[in-house]
Design a protein around this ligand. Structure first.
Ligand code: HEM
Length: 476
């Protein structure tokens, strides 16, 4: 009798689970399986999966992540329409339980409402184009230090990833904490870089326990890599904070952390929000621009003719040791196009950062209810054969032709609306200055005839495979 009751209870429980795991959306998309929905179909490369699904189901399609209905938006006009015309509905951030467990919604990227608005205003205030003009001397110093390191190893065959990551990390460390570390393999930055990488690789994944509530109590501390990397970075920031608190001049804050400490105090916000906010800037600022650089160098190695053309443009405008400033952009249309094309082909945040709808909306003929997760298919949009001619080809001239203006307007790299990337000015400035100096002062060659593997890895940021290159300093 007891056994029959248990059996019936299990059947009823499973039935409820299956009913609850059915999508409420009447939007095209692949059929999922009970409980997991489409989670298991995302595979190891969800960005590639989303590109295929978009080409099959259209620019607005749906998936079910466990118990959470999800809508995926592709193509520039659709994405702009959602975030610019209906920003009040689409801008809020979807905050997963695993994110709440680390930053407790006290950071910038996964908070909402008035707290987010205030913190966003404070961070954005330090990242305006005019503030960054003053910061340029620090970027110049950092790019010269990287060039000096490459000069010292000139003629050798090196794996450049770590040193390009050190450049981006040092810029963001200077901006956030007035710190930076030497370009050497024993530097403290190697450890920070590893933790940022582990954090971004894991945070990009859809953890089933975030979407299937009954799993949460059993898996709330996993994956270990995610929690370990977050805690290591958090402890590092807490130690910087401790060193600063007693020593800095509160009447003259000189970096973001100091600005936040003073402003949080003045506005009556809890000081416990300072470290999680700085952690966002550290991770979002370091792993993003560095991958754009890694992909840029990779395409230059695979396309020596493009590298030569870029060098010719730079050599015609700047002597070998001349400083190159962000305001020189008007002299370097080819470099600008090379950078834009890298951001098209290798969009740093392939699926953006998840959003959630704040209320029911009718969008593009579909009913999307409140509390639907919304993902932006930046990778799919940037590689769509419906939008781009030869989308898989690295072709900077598409941003120089008579179609350049139209092509520029199709780029979605930093998102749109009030929740777009707060660091885009810093990212563009950092990338321009170092790319100009590297390709003016050095020639990079493949060590082997074979082309470098351009396949990508998924994470919150798009990853590149390791590769080696020969670095040769130029003499003219
Ligand atoms: C190539 C470089 C970069 C790319 C492609 C990039 C891209 C993005 C994207 C697509 C988003 C999500 C936008 C949305 O939700 O609609 C985002 C958000 C964000 N980015 Fe970036 N980013 C880059 C560099 C940076 C840098 C250098 C920083 C910091 C200095 C930064 C800080 C942030 C933060 C804090 C958010 C969350 C903003 C919020 O939720 O209000 N990013 N970024």
């Amino acid at each position: 009798m007891d056994f029959t009751l248990l059996f019936i209870s299990i059947i009823v429980f499973l039935f409820i689970l299956i009913i609850k795991s059915r999508s409420k959306l009447d939007i095209p998309g692949p059929r999922g399986i009970p409980v997991f929905g489409n989670l298991l179909q995302l595979g190891k490369k969800p960005h590639e999966t989303m590109l295929k699904l978009y080409l099959k189901y259209g620019n607005v399609f749906s998936l079910r992540f466990g118990a959470i209905d999800t809508v995926i938006l592709s193509e520039p006009e659709i994405i702009k329409q959602a975030f610019m015309q209906h920003g009040d509905v689409f801008n809020p951030r979807f905050v997963r339980k695993s994110r709440k467990a680390t930053s407790n919604e006290m950071n910038l990227a996964s908070s909402n409402g008035e707290y987010w608005k205030t913190v966003r205003g404070l961070v954005a205030g330090d990242l305006t184009a005019s503030k960054l003009k003053q910061f340029e001397t620090q970027i110049q110093e950092e790019s010269d230090l990287l060039c000096q390191y490459f000069k010292d190893i000139s003629g050798q065959c090196e794996q450049p990833h770590t040193f390009l990551k050190m450049y981006s990390l040092n810029n963001v460390l200077r901006f956030t904490f007035s710190l930076h570390y030497p370009y050497d393999s024993n530097s403290l930055s190697v450890d920070i870089i590893k933790n940022i990488h582990d954090y971004f690789i894991t945070v990009g994944q859809a953890f089933p326990q975030d979407y299937i509530p009954i799993l949460y109590p059993f898996f709330k501390n996993s994956p270990k890599k995610y929690f370990d990397s977050y805690n290591n970075l958090f402890n590092y920031i807490q130690s910087v904070l401790k060193d600063k608190e007693s020593t800095f001049d509160k009447s003259n804050p000189k970096d973001l952390m100091e600005t936040l400490i003073v402003a949080f105090d003045k506005l009556g916000l809890p000081q416990s929000g300072v470290s999680p906010t700085c952690l966002d800037i550290l991770v979002a600022g370091a792993d993003t621009t560095s991958y754009s650089l890694i992909f840029l160098l990779m395409e230059m190695l695979n396309n020596p003719n493009i590298q030569d053309k870029l060098h010719s443009e730079l050599a015609a405008n700047f002597s070998l040791s001349q400083e190159i400033s962000y305001k020189d952009r008007s002299k370097t249309p080819y470099l600008n196009a090379c950078l834009k094309e890298i951001q098209r082909l290798y969009p740093t945040a392939p699926l953006g950062v998840p959003h959630i709808t704040s209320k029911d909306i009718e969008f593009c003929g579909y009913k999307i209810p409140k509390d639907t997760q919304v993902l932006v298919n930046i990778y799919g949009t940037h590689r769509s054969p419906k939008i781009w001619d030869q989308p898989l080809l690295y072709k900077p001239t598409r941003f120089l032709s008579e179609h350049s203006q139209e092509n520029n307007s199709k780029i979605c790299i930093f998102g749109f609306g009030s929740r777009n990337c707060v660091g885009f000015n810093l990212a563009e400035q950092e990338l321009y200055i170092v790319a100009a100096k590297l390709f003016r002062r050095f020639q990079f060659k493949r060590p082997l005839e074979a082309l470098i593997d351009t396949s990508t890895d998924f994470g919150l940021t798009l990853g590149a495979k390791d590769y080696k290159c020969i670095i040769e300093k130029r003499i003219v």
